[in-house]
Design a protein around this ligand. Structure first.
Ligand code: SAH
Length: 348
């Protein structure tokens, strides 16, 4: 069965005509999807037509499976797709509103050694409807609670590698920025990638101007290869060249993520080498203490060491900060909640 939001409105009109339903219904159906309404909540379509529609299309691409609220206000959602796949989204509360972190794949095939999402490899790509569905579903959850504020920012940093699912990613971007619907501005959307070089360039060539974050995690290729399999495919030099290209085309500042793992990439020399590598760039480095997950045999660093590392970067003239960890008490790291549910339900 097709999720409506995987069809453009024109494609939907064509399908409706084949089913003898007037094409003007397409807009009403699209509206319902964006309001996260299921058939029983739609009042402007006749019962008979709804019956036909129900047999062919899903309005809701995902539904809530489990919600975990953290003491710090972060909420982690396990959502269920229509094929029963479980995916994760994380909602973070800031002064200006909510940021949601969405998943782009069920599982991941990138094989980063510190990441829980990649434990069982890639199961499948998420459809564009399932990526936007996470935002629509959580928005509805918020509007049902007493909270007035809504999601204003989106980060593509959940499970999966967004640039390994390029077509659905770009369909999603077209949907989420569409002025007629939730209309989130490209300035408020960030993508995080382990560095799939050709698709970083393609994103810029295709005219998207979202914020780009590179999961760098190492000052040189040798250390990067210890942590990330993808480092065997693309060198840091190639990634930085792609970042320059992206910046030239989009004028968006590039961000770098640096997850500190004890004894691997956390020394003062590593910080100095990183400072040298990134010197002169319009960039910001986010330093994160590894969220030690049971899936990986790596240790985290203490906050003091993270701040010391950061200090070396800022003293060298770089823009850098230590990211505060949100949701550590609710399996906050990528893929942790999904794995827990798979374990609990005996599904490996
Ligand atoms: N595949 C994308 C996006 C998903 S991961 C990417 O690689 O960027 C989002 C970020 O969280 C990445 O920077 C990733 O390296 C980091 N991450 C994953 N697991 C982590 C963990 N256990 N502790 C700290 N950071 C982690």
């Amino acid at each position: 069965m097709i999720n409506i939001l995987d069809l453009s409105i024109e494609e939907l009109k064509e399908k409706l005509e084949q089913l003898n339903i007037k094409p003007f219904r397409a807009k009403q159906i699209y509206d319902a999807c964006f309001q996260y309404k299921d058939y029983d909540e739609v009042s402007n379509i006749s019962k008979a037509e709804k019956e036909i529609l129900k047999q062919n299309f899903n309005l809701l691409p995902v539904s809530i499976y489990k919600v975990q609220e953290s003491k710090d206000g972060t909420i982690k959602f396990a959502l269920k797709c229509n094929d029963n796949s479980i995916i994760e989204s994380v909602l973070m509360s800031y002064k200006y509103g909510y940021t949601i972190c969405v998943s782009t794949q069920v599982g991941c095939r990138m094989g980063c050694s510190f990441c829980a999402s990649t434990r069982n490899g890639l199961i499948r790509n998420l459809l564009a409807s399932e990526i936007i569905g996470q935002i629509l579903c959580v928005n509805k959850y918020l509007s049902n609670s007493t909270n007035e504020r809504k999601i204003t920012n989106v980060v593509l940093m959940g499970c999966g590698e967004p640039l390994d699912n390029y077509e659905n990613l770009t369909c999603f971007l077209n949907l989420v920025t569409n002025k007629d619907y939730i209309a989130i501005s490209e300035r408020n959307i960030s993508i995080s990638t382990c560095g799939i070089v050709p698709n970083i360039k393609k994103l810029a060539d295709d005219g998207y101007k979202i914020n780009l974050t590179i999961s760098l995690h190492a000052p040189n290729d040798e250390i990067r290869k210890q942590l990330m399999k993808v480092a065997n495919a693309y060198s840091i030099k190639e990634i930085l060249d792609a970042c320059d290209y992206y910046f030239e085309k989009t004028h968006r500042r590039v961000y770098f993520e640096y997850t500190m793992c004890k004894g691997v990439n956390d020394s003062e020399d590593n910080a100095k080498e990183l400072a040298k590598l990134l010197k002169g760039r319009v960039a910001h480095v986010n330093i994160i203490a590894l969220n030690a997950v049971k899936e990986a045999n790596l240790e985290t660093v203490n906050k003091k060491d993270a701040y010391k590392f950061c200090e070396i970067l800022t003293s060298a003239g770089l823009s850098a900060s230590v990211r505060r960890t949100l949701g550590a008490d609710i399996d906050g790291a990528c893929g942790q909640l999904r794995n827990k549910i798979l374990d609990e339900t005996g599904n490996k």
